[in-house]
Write a protein that binds this ligand. Structure first.
Ligand code: SAM
Ligand code: SF4
Length: 435
């Protein structure tokens, strides 16, 4: 979601005659669009700001701004810790960037008078309405993110999102379809529909439409070849949606379904609204309906009160499901969230040790799964040159597996059939069998 918003921010800047520079040293304006999903992120942001401050001291005309989730959550602390910022913009106000820049440049006289930049501009509103039709500077022509909703109503006890992104609001289906049709006309072949809980799309809206209906409308858009979506909440994943995923030809055979924990005690304390059995039942239904489906997940270890037995339940679930990937995190206590008030904190050494065991297990599962793919053929969409070897490209299968194979720039954005010849834990190597 932050990446999507960053595409809007750069789109707005482009419309206002700014251009992206290759390095911060060349810039007239530097804007950090922040995330705040774990405490660690905050340290990174302040340390980056510390570096940029030095740049600003060398170049006093440099405009330095901060936007996004950290700003929304703690505007006062941000202003106190980084008084040299020229402006801050919350998650509901980020689109006001051009006005803010105009205001800053219109105050040159005052700047001269007081010998420093005009007083900081602060725009942080709660639940403001973000206009449609904002320009976007997309990173890639052939694949795009499309936000279908913003915010979240779930208040999982560990999570900052409802506080930094506000309550859940679905975009109108008409606007979403218009955006995707336009993308498709411009050569986009894959869209990823974004929302914190896409399965509850439409629930609080005026239209009589749910996420499964939206998928089937997107599936009809000409030119589009792949539809992905994230994130799905296990509580709201309906049988109707599973059926639609199985029969809509453009919907990819991959689902990111964060489980967070395999212990019912912890799931209940996390306020996730489902049990381990419910999750396992969903996995069974998904695999029955879509045998080729790949499943990925998010898992938190060291949640307050997590005992060794709870953690073993998580390992057991990971083993039973056999995920194709997992984002694994040590629990981070975020000020103001319910779980952060718990006194049953798990010491960092124990969380770290559990994380290590979890990653080890997941890697072994993945390696086994990947090895079983050697000799199989997949259609991939080529996304770019391999980061490790300029003579190779990387492409993604419908199941979201990355395959690296020999090729050049001319293949980027194209659909190619590839056979897997070698499998490691992180990478699959392939050879082209048809272009
Ligand atoms: N909406 C998604 C869902 O319901 O699963 C999750 C969105 S959250 C931005 C992404 C992931 O970050 C979560 O699934 C969770 O695993 C992790 N996360 C969120 N808050 C966390 C915290 N306080 N400590 C550790 N991990 C956290
Ligand atoms: Fe956070 Fe996801 Fe829970 Fe919403 S559903 S509160 S975004 S973890």
């Amino acid at each position: 979601m932050n990446e999507y918003d960053s595409e809007i921010l750069t789109g707005l800047l482009k419309e206002n005659h700014y251009e992206l520079t290759a390095s911060p040293g060349e810039a007239d304006l530097i804007l950090l669009n922040t995330c705040y999903v774990r405490e660690k992120v905050k340290h990174k942001i302040y340390s980056k700001l510390g570096e940029l401050r030095k740049l600003k001291e060398e170049k006093p005309d440099l405009i330095l701004g901060l936007s996004g989730c950290l700003v929304q959550r703690e505007p006062e602390e941000v202003l106190q810790r980084a008084p040299y910022l020229d402006f801050i913009l919350g998650t509901s106000n980020f689109y006001q960037l051009p006005e803010v820049l105009k205001e800053i440049s219109g105050n040159d006289n005052r700047k001269k008078q007081v010998g420093k930049r005009y007083t900081r501009i602060v725009r942080v509103e709660e639940n403001g309405v973000i206009p449609e039709d904002l320009p976007k500077l997309r990173k890639r022509r052939f694949s795009a993110f499309v936000s279908i909703m913003r915010g979240c109503n779930n208040f999982c006890s560990f999570c900052n999102v409802p506080y930094v992104r506000g309550r859940e609001v679905s975009r109108s289906s008409g606007e979403i379809l218009k955006e995707i049709k336009e993308l498709s006309r411009e050569g986009c072949r894959e869209v990823t529909l974004l929302g914190q809980n896409v399965n509850s799309y439409g629930k609080n809206g005026k239209e009589n439409i749910d996420f499964a209906d939206l998928l089937s409308l997107v599936n009809r858009i000409e030119g589009l070849r792949r539809i992905r979506f994230t994130t799905s909440h296990p509580r709201d994943l309906s049988d109707k949606l599973i059926d639609q995923m199985a029969c809509l030809d453009k919907v990819c055979e991959h689902l990111h379904l964060p489980v967070q924990s395999g212990s019912n005690k912890i799931l209940s304390r996390m306020k996730r609204g489902y049990t381990r059995e419910h999750y396992q039942n969903l996995v069974d239904k998904l695999r029955q309906a879509i045998p080729e489906i790949t499943l990925t997940t998010d898992i938190i270890v060291g949640f307050p009160g997590e005992e060794e037995e709870d953690f073993r339940n998580t390992l057991e679930l990971v083993e039973t499901v056999g995920f194709d990937g997992a984002f694994t995190f040590c629990y981070s206590a975020l000020r103001g969230t319910e779980a952060a008030q718990s006194e049953e904190r798990i010491p960092a050494e124990i969380s770290g040790e559990r994380l290590r065991r979890l990653i080890e297990l997941q890697q072994a599962i993945l390696l086994k799964k990947n090895k079983s793919l050697v000799g199989r053929k997949f259609e991939v969409m080529v996304e770019g040159i391999s980061k490790k070897n300029p003579d190779e490209v990387e492409g993604r299968t419908r199941g979201n597996k990355i395959i690296i194979f020999p090729g050049g720039k001319n293949l980027i954005g194209r659909f190619i059939w590839v056979e897997i010849v070698k499998a490691g834990c992180w990478a699959l190597k392939g050879k082209v069998i048809s272009c």
